[in-house]
Ligand binder design. Structure first.
Ligand code: N01
Length: 542
C-alpha cells in the first residue's frame, strides 16, 4: 500500500481527554485537521475526572489555572474560590467540551492498549479496550504527567475485607467514610489534602506516613465578585505574564502568602532574633524567604529548622510533632504542598499517626494493616501513594515504533526525548507535557496552549508540505537530554538526598532520572519556536 492510498480514521488520534487532549482537539479542528480523541475514563477531564477524593483541589490560583485562548470564555466563567476544587474544575472542563462542541469527536471509555507505527504507510494504528481499531497519520499522546497510579503491593492486600481505594481512582459514586475506621497511606499533595477532610467524618483516621512533608497553609478563600472583576478587567495582561513566566504563573490572584526571597537576605548571616521575627510574621513561610537556601545545603537545613519549629508550635503531642517534621532531604526538592489545616488535624482525638520509618507496614490482613508494632483495624484503606510520573502513562501502553521497538524498553534506563515532544524511533508521535519539557513544573493550561499549539502547527506544516514522516533526530535528542540534565544540575531537585517523583525515586526499580525541564517555560518555548523557524530542525522529515 502506498502512503497516499491508506484509509485514515483521522489525521490525528489524540490519546486522552484531559486538558491537553481537549485543547489539541480544538486547535487541530480549527486548522481543518480531522482529530479523534480516545479516552479511558467515562468522562472528560483527565486528572480532574479521576482525582475526586475528599479535599481534592488545585494549588494554582483558579483564574490562572484556566485557558486563555478565548477572552469570552474567560469572562463568562465564574470561579468561586481562589483555589478551585475538583468538582469546579471538572465542571469547567465539561463546559469547554460542550462550548466548543468537542464531544462528537471524543470516544469515552475507550482506553488505548497499544499504538503501533506502520512503517509501510507512515501511520499509527491504535488498539483500544473496546476492541475498536483506529488509524491516523499522527499521534498526540495527551496522557498526562500524573495519571498512572502507583499502587503498593503489600502482602495480603487481596485478603482485606474492607474497602481499598486510591485517591487517584476515586469512584464517581463516592466511598462510605462516615464513622468508619479509616487508614490512609501517603502524605504527598493528595494525602495532605484528603487527611483533614476525611478526619472530619471518620470514626478514627490513622495516617501511615513514610516521609514527613513540607506543606504550607493555602489560606484559600471564596473569590469575591470585586476580586474576580478586577482580574478579568486585565486578563490579557495577566495571560501575557503567565506565558512569559518561568512557571506559567503570574501569582497575582493567590490567597496564599507564599514568601519568596525579595532581597539578598541570607539565613546563614541571620541572627536568632531575625529568624524568630520571620517565624512570627510569616509562620510556615518563614523558611522560604532566604536567598541562600536554593543552592547551599547548610543554609537549607537552617531553613528546614524554621519549618520544624512551626510544626512543634502547631502539633500538641510532642512525639507526633517530632514524627511530622521533615528530615533527611532539602526544602525545595519536592513539589511544595498547600493544605487546609493539615498539621492541626493531628490535634484531633480521632486522628493518629504511624511513622512507617520506625514502624513499617508488614502486611495487610482481612481486618486491617499490620505494622511491626501491631494490627491497626480498618474498614477503609485509602492509598494516596502517588504516580509513576511523566513516563508511566506512556510506558503502560504498548507503544511500538520503527522496527517493532517498544517504548517501554527504549526508556528502560530513563526517557529520551527531543524537546519533551518527540522521541527517536517513534515517528509522527508527539507527547504533551512529556519528560524533557517543563511539564509538571509549569502551570498546565498556559503551557498546554503554547506547547500543544506548537504541535498543531507542526502537524499542519507537515500536511501542507505533503510530508508523511517526522521523527526526532538521535543527535538532536541527545543534545536536548544533556541540556535538560545540565540545567537541573546543582539545584535541590537533584540533591543526592532528594527522593521524589520528579526523579523517579518513588517507584521501585524506576531509573533515577530528573524528568522535567527546569529551564522555565519561556526559555523552553523560545527553543521550540526557534526549531520551528528553522524548518523543524532536529526532526528528520520525509
Ligand atoms: O503523590 P506523591 P501525590 N508505602 O508521590 C507515599 C500533584 N497533585 O498524589 O515520600 C508507604 O507526592 C510517599 O512516601 P515517600 C502534585 O504535583 C496536585 O500526593 O515516597 N508510603 C508519599 O508520601 C503532586 O506533587 C494536587 O516516602 C508510600 C505519598 O505516598 C503530585 O500530584 C493534588 C508508598 C505519595 O506522594 C503527586 O502527589 C494532588 C508505600 N509503598 C496531587 N508509596 C494539587 O493541585 C508511596 N508512598 C494540590
Amino acid at each position: 500500500m502506498s502512503t497516499a492510498d491508506v484509509t485514515l480514521d483521522a489525521d490525528v488520534v489524540v490519546v486522552g481527554a484531559g486538558m491537553s487532549g481537549l485543547y489539541a482537539l480544538k486547535v487541530l479542528r480549527e486548522r481543518g485537521l480531522r482529530a479523534i480523541v480516545l479516552e479511558k475514563a467515562p468522562g472528560v477531564g483527565g486528572t480532574w475526572y479521576w482525582n475526586r477524593y475528599p479535599g481534592a483541589r488545585c494549588d494554582i490560583p483558579s483564574l490562572e489555572y484556566s485557558f486563555g485562548f478565548d477572552p469570552e470564555l474567560e469572562q463568562e466563567w465564574e470561579w468561586t474560590e481562589h483555589f478551585a476544587s475538583q468538582p469546579e474544575i471538572e465542571r469547567y472542563l465539561n463546559h469547554i467540551a460542550d462550548r466548543y462542541d468537542l464531544r462528537r469527536d471524543i470516544r469515552l471509555s475507550c482506553g488505548v492498549t497499544a499504538a503501533t507505527f506502520d512503517e509501510a504507510t507512515d501511520t499509527w494504528v491504535f488498539d483500544t479496550e473496546t476492541g475498536e481499531r483506529l488509524r491516523s497519520r499522527f499521534a498526540i499522546m495527551a496522557t498526562g504527567g500524573l495519571s498512572a497510579p502507583n499502587r503498593p503491593d503489600w502482602p495480603g492486600m487481596d485478603r482485606f475485607e474492607g474497602t481499598i481505594v486510591q485517591t487517584s481512582l476515586w469512584p464517581e459514586e463516592g466511598v462510605e467514610l462516615e464513622g468508619k475506621r479509616i487508614g490512609i497511606v501517603g502524605t504527598g499533595s493528595s494525602g495532605i489534602q484528603a487527611i483533614p477532610e476525611i478526619a472530619k467524618v471518620a470514626g478514627h483516621l490513622t495516617v501511615f506516613q513514610r516521609t514527613a512533608a513540607f506543606t504550607w497553609p493555602s489560606q484559600n478563600q471564596p473569590l469575591t465578585e470585586a476580586e474576580q472583576a478586577e482580574i478579568k478587567a486585565k486578563y490579557r495582561q495577566l495571560r501575557e505574564e503567565q506565558y512569559a513566566s518561568f512557571s506559567g504563573t503570574a501569582g497575582t490572584t493567590g490567597a496564599v502568602i507564599f514568601a519568596f526571597p525579595t532581597d539578598d537576605r541570607k539565613i546563614r548571616e541571620s541572627t536568632p532574633e531575625e529568624r524568630e521575627a520571620a517565624l512570627e510574621d510569616l509562620g510556615f513561610s518563614a523558611c522560604r524567604i532566604w536567598s541562600d537556601t536554593a543552592t547551599d545545603l547548610d543554609a537549607n537545613e537552617m531553613a528546614v529548622e524554621l519549618f520544624r519549629e512551626m510544626v512543634r508550635r502547631t502539633v500538641k503531642d510532642p512525639a507526633t510533632a517530632e514524627a511530622l517534621m521533615p528530615r533527611g532531604y532539602p526544602l525545595g526538592c519536592k513539589r511544595p504542598v498547600l493544605d487546609a489545616g493539615y498539621f492541626d488535624t493531628f490535634n484531633r482525638d480521632n486522628v493518629s499517626l504511624v511513622d512507617l520509618q520506625r514502624d513499617p507496614i508488614l502486611e495487610v490482613t482481612a481486618s486491617g494493616v499490620r505494622t511491626a508494632q501491631g494490627l491497626v483495624e480498618l474498614d477503609v484503606l485509602v492509598l494516596a501513594t502517588g504516580f509513576d510520573a511523566m513516563t508511566g502513562a506512556l510506558t503502560r501502553i504498548d507503544v511500538r515504533g520503527r522496527g517493532g521497538r517498544l517504548l517501554r524498553d527504549d526508556w528502560a534506563d530513563g526517557p529520551r526525548t527531543y524537546l519533551g515532544i518527540g522521541t527517536e524511533g517513534y515517528p509522527n508521535l508527539f507527547i504533551c507535557v512529556g519528560p524533557g519539557s517543563p511539564g509538571v513544573l509549569a502551570t498546565y493550561p498556559p503551557q498546554i496552549e503554547l506547547q500543544v499549539g506548537w504541535m498543531a502547527e507542526f502537524v499542519q506544516y507537515l500536511v501542507d508540505h505533503g510530508l508523511t514522516r517526522a521523527e526526532a533526530d538521535r543527535e538532536a535528542q541527545d543534545t536536548w537530554c544533556d541540556h535538560v540534565n545540565q540545567v537541573a544540575e546543582g539545584t535541590m531537585f537533584t540533591a543526592a538526598s532528594c527522593n521524589s517523583w520528579y526523579n523517579g525515586a518513588n517507584i521501585e526499580g524506576k531509573p533515577r532520572v530528573f524528568l522535567p525541564y527546569v529551564g522555565g517555560l519561556p526559555v523552553y518555548m523560545e527553543k521550540c519556536n526557534e526549531v520551528a523557524a528553522h524548518g523543524y530542525e532536529g526532526f528528520v522529515l520525509g
